[in-house]
Design a protein around this ligand. Sequence first.
Ligand code: AOS
Ligand code: ZN
Ligand code: ZN
Ligand code: ZN
Length: 431
Amino acid sequence: MTQFIIDPAQVEQHNANQRGALQADYDALGDMLSRRGVDIEALTAKAQTFAVAVPSWGVGTGGTRFARFPGVGEPRDVTEKLEDCAVIHQLTRATPTVSLHFPWDKPADPRALRQQADALGLGFDAVNSNTFQDQASQAHTYKFGSLTATSQAAREQAVAHNIDCIELGKVLGSKGLTVWVGDGANFPGQSNLRGALERYIDSAKGIYAALPADWLMYIEHKLFEPAFYCSVIADWGTSFAVAQQLGDKAKCLVDLGHHAPNTNIEMIVARLAQFGKLGGFHFNDSKYGDDDLDSGSIDPFQLFLVFNELADAALRNPAFSPAYMLDQSHNVTDPIESLMSSAVEVQRAFVQAALVDRTALAGFQEGNDALQAAQTLKRAFRTDVSPILAMARLRAGGAIDPVAAYRASGYRDAVAVKRPPKAGASGSGIV
Ligand code: AOS
Ligand code: ZN
Ligand code: ZN
Ligand code: ZN
């Protein structure tokens, strides 16, 4: 029996008030789609299959290198983070898993944490290692790199930490490890570009060797920051080469914010999928760099085009199932509201991509009818599938309007009382 954080009677009350209007919108959309030969029920069933993992670090207020402005009632430890994640899933029914980050989320008792998650109806997605900052207890600094450090002791420590993450993840029921390192250089000449990557591959092999047979290792690239001259794993080409060297269980992870402005990310997605190396995503949106803004808040068309490639890949290989995770930093909103809205935006792109008339598109591509090909995509993108998403939530027991239901529940005010601020709360500062 799932233990709900928000009283289900409150969610039912919210839904009862909105149900009539939703049904009318749903029926109107259903009529419109049926004239296009599309069955709305099939799309709603498809929407219900969608799931994206919530980042544990996203439920606290993020911050920038300048300041962090904490919100009220922020979770102070991993168990409180799970409670917030449970609220997000209860209302959206689209976020059944949580992605943890160690050591920020290191539980005193991993078995107890798993039990808490089970009780809340949650599971664990990929676990994330952290070798981009020093911990009080560690012997060797990562100031000059972790998996690529010139210091062998620092490299060994970083490998050992990743293996610890795998061990913890095994107890929690996770099936993947995401590795992002900030390693790189701030000055030309500071590091030997080839030597640093050789060391990365050597270290990564040590981690890969500890990976259980049914696990994946996700290699996350990022163009810059904190290294501002060069990053060791800067782009998908490097990530791809490393994944090839490591083996079948190593895949590439695409964080949408980790590219130069105007990079054609959907093409990266198509390339990685073509060669069997697309492991998963960190969804967020971006205007300038790794902004970690809410998914779909800046460029929803790009998100749609990414899902259009994923739909194409799934058609070619029905077993294709990349991991979907959010990776966002919330500075001016209630993180729970941002994460709920973002999960819905990613789900929207997933459903819009399913609406693309792929037979027509293939015909226009074959016949070089560029205008009609583009219009075919736009027709799907312009369709407001909100009633489908709301109906999917309602049928799964979620809220028709998650943000409205959340606000009506008074959850934030209640946790503000239960969770007085704690100085130096961990896991919410760096994204
Ligand atoms: C860093 O820029 C990456 O996006 C990583 O995924 C990182 O581990 C995460 O954002 C938490 O800081
Ligand atoms: Zn990321
Ligand atoms: Zn990011
Ligand atoms: Zn990032």
